[in-house]
Design a protein around this ligand. Sequence first.
Ligand SMILES: [Fe+2]
Ligand SMILES: [Fe+2]
Length: 170
Amino acid sequence: MSPEATRQVSALIDRIQTQFHESHRRALPELLSMAAALEARGITNGLADELRTMGNALEQHMFKEEMRLFPMMEQGGNTLIGLLIDDLHREHLAHERAMSALRAHLGVLTKAHGTDLVLLQFTQGLDDLAAELAQHIRAEDEELFPLFARPAAAGSPSTANPPSHATSTS
Ligand SMILES: [Fe+2]
Ligand SMILES: [Fe+2]
């Protein structure tokens, strides 16, 4: 990897850590304490656990990126990086599913307790986290990961050697 490419990778990793990882780590405890307050007042049950499960999975994921992926990338990548990237991409899909489920749960609560101030604050905070998480995942899946993507497998649509006319039907 050229020195210029290495600088670009480092800058993108720094941006991801400050703009997203640190921000998620500030948002999650605040949201958890609001969810606990809602549960203590009987407005919901299960919300804090659901959020904690999602938050723990996100924390483990970010930790894996910081301890394994980012250092590997800053050293220019290696033959195993594609497997790690595939694994992290699958985790992104799981985070998105967990976030959708949590927001669906919240939608039901809002119908019943829509005027509760803490619930409104929680909803706003969760909406902000969901928007940031979506940007975070996009920055990694669409900007960072492709810099280290493995060459496409032979025969896949993005391969450098497209099928010959004899086999192409489109
Ligand atoms: Fe990340
Ligand atoms: Fe990630």
